[in-house]
Ligand binder design. Structure first.
Ligand code: ADP
Ligand code: MG
Length: 568
């Protein structure tokens, strides 16, 4: 380990030399009470920034032990510290020389996710940073780098990693909030609810491309009386609001009355949100999956026969493969894969669904008899999904009453306000049924088999693939020569999750053994993440890059969208 002077000497000596001389920085350096580990030095000024870790002892940091003695406490505290580092970088860059702007720790959004950015162990607190080392053309600016690493960096760390520098009440509330939120999520299962949304929540966002809450114009969420539930949480806090029961729930209402906004909040409710977000008490069971049509996606060996069978081409839909699925077949594929990945509930919006996948009206049922229609619409399958597989559905349907008779709950939105209208909807459905030819009860025994999908190892780890997979932006992964498009994976919320998914795919490729199916491979990986943390995704020790934990659902979604995937 070098001392501060040595680090300064190295950097001064390479000032003006070729950029590659920064390589000498690799290794461990002491900076007062901090230790700096330089794990990966960028090869040139245009390469991804260098990866470094700055750490100090738990004792020096002085964070209260009771905040860190459980997994959730550590996740919340490390999220808090990540935000504190990012804020300290911004403040330093604004006040000081601006050099802090080359330091990055990733930028958490409205969700609190398990991340690699700050790690809290028994004896150390470590912030993992990326640092763009300064250059003039292709020359190293060693003297400037010395100021950056030996002055700016410790200053940022002092301002963000020491308990005495932090807003201590805010830190405690941050930890308490996450513990309460996850306790509530755990209570949902016993209460047989798919999700919960507290009275007073603010669901709408500022804009389509903003995840921040709408301001004064927002109408606060209030539960219909019939669905109102209360929960007591570990901190003693009580929350009251709407509990959506298991089964089939349909959200109706006129256009622009807030249906999609409610569903979107439920989709995002699989993640905990920060205080002030407005959705911090919208909590959804962890495995709930958003399902939409996704024209053009690829599919490998998916059994979509409960929805689509007897194609005129003669293709076997018990093992459906395509490089360019249609609206309805892609939505069926997304649904079946989500169930395979363990979804307890499906979240579906008419806005993003294929109409012919969802419903078929009575006139069409008369004109084109079922035997000649390859598609059995979702409305005929939504009940067996629940009764045979225990998979609930929350569905937005403003344009069709077809789901009234299969719904356990119908909730109406009017001017962003909710009312339960189940009885009325059932009455309308009963009146209507007397005059139609619709079969009274849908088929049963349709979701009984669950064929194992075993990936070919060779298809995951093609000889040509020499580089590790990596993410490009928020919704694209480069895997070998293929791009995996995750645009339609609605519950992927952070680019750091996408980067983690890229690494997850490489680990799955290593695990694949031509025997186990996708579900078993992903389960093994998830178990490893539970034990080792996210660092388990990286083949190297040290800084694994800015990663945030994706759900099991999204790991399945990524591998299932790989165009090279082939099965036994
Ligand atoms: P729908 O799906 O019923 O057509 P949306 O959910 O798309 O309606 O909402 C329409 C518009 O109303 C959006 O701009 C949305 O931001 C806004 N909005 C939704 N809910 C609220 C609310 N509770 N308060 C204020 N504005 C809202
Ligand atoms: Mg809508």
């Amino acid at each position: 380990m070098s001392h501060q002077q040595t680090l300064q000497q190295i950097l001064t000596s390479i000032d003006g030399r070729g950029y590659a001389s920064y390589k000498q920085l690799s290794g461990r350096h002491r900076l007062g009470r901090f230790t700096l580990n330089v794990d990966k030095v960028q090869v040139d000024p245009f390469a991804p920034p260098s990866l470094m870790r700055i750490s100090l002892s738990r004792e020096d940091a002085g964070l209260p032990a009771d905040l860190l003695d459980d997994r959730l406490g550590r996740i919340a505290a490390s999220d808090f510290l990540t935000r504190a580092v990012a804020a300290a970088v911004d403040a330093d860059a604004a006040e000081g020389s601006g050099s802090a702007a080359s330091i990055s720790i990733g930028r958490p959004g409205q969700q609190v996710l398990e991340r690699t950015s700050v790690v809290i162990t028994e004896d150390l607190i470590t912030a993992r940073l990326s640092v763009a080392l300064p250059a003039a053309g292709r020359r190293a600016l060693g003297v400037k780098a010395a100021r950056l690493l030996t002055e700016t960096l410790p200053r940022v760390a002092e301002a963000s990693l020491l308990h005495t520098s932090l807003d201590q009440d805010a830190l405690r509330s941050h930890v308490t909030l996450l513990r309460d939120q996850e306790d509530l999520r755990a209570q949902l299962t016993a209460a047989k609810l798919v999700c919960f949304a507290a009275d007073g929540s603010v669901l709408p966002r500022q804009a389509g491309d903003s995840d921040l809450p709408l301001g004064v114009d927002a109408v606060e969420f209030h539960s219909p009386d019939s669905l109102r539930r209360s929960f007591t949480l570990p901190s003693g806090r009580q929350v009251t609001g709407m509990g959506v029961p298991e089964g089939v729930t349909v959200i109706v209402g006129g256009g622009y009355h807030g249906k999609s906004t409610l569903l979107r909040a439920i989709e995002r409710g699989v993640y905990p949100h920060i205080a002030g977000d407005g959705r911090e008490w919208v909590i959804t069971r962890d495995s709930a999956a958003s399902i939409r049509a996704e024209d053009g996606r690829s599919a490998a060996g998916v059994d979509i026969s409960p929805f689509i069978s007897g194609l005129p081409s003669g293709a076997d839909t018990r093992s459906f493969s395509s490089t360019n699925a249609s609206g309805s077949t892609s939505q069926a594929t997304n649904l079946v894969e989500a169930v395979e990945a363990g979804a307890c509930a499906l979240l579906i919006d008419e806005d993003t669904s294929a109409t012919n996948f969802m419903i078929r009206d009575d006139r069409m049922r008369r004109l084109v008899p079922a035997e000649r229609e390859p598609i059995t619409p979702f409305v005929d399958r939504v009940r067996p999904l629940f009764t045979e597989r225990g998979v609930s559905t929350v569905l937005v349907a403003g344009g069709s009453g077809a789901f009234f008779e299969v719904a356990d709950q119908v909730i109406a939105l009017q001017d962003y306000r909710l009312r339960e209208v189940t009885a009325e909807a059932h009455r309308i459905a009963a009146d209507h049924q007397a005059t139609t030819t619709r079969p009274a009860s849908p088929d049963s025994g349709v979701f009984t088999t669950d064929p194992a999908r075993v990936p070919r190892r060779a298809s995951l780890d093609p000889g040509k693939k020499t580089k590790p997979a990596r993410s490009r932006g928020h919704r694209m992964i480069q895997y070998g020569r293929e791009d995996i498009d995750l645009t339609a994976v609605a519950q992927l919320v952070d680019p750091a999750q996408t980067e983690a998914l890229a690494k997850a795919l490489d680990r799955l490729a290593e695990q694949a053994d031509d025997a186990r199916d996708i579900a078993a491979l992903v389960a093994e990986l998830v178990e490893r993440l539970d034990v080792e943390g996210l660092d388990g995704l990286s083949p190297h020790r040290g800084h694994p890059g800015h990663l945030a934990r994706p759900r099991t659902q999204e790991i399945h979604a990524a591998i299932n969208r790989y165009r090279g995937l082939s099965l036994h």
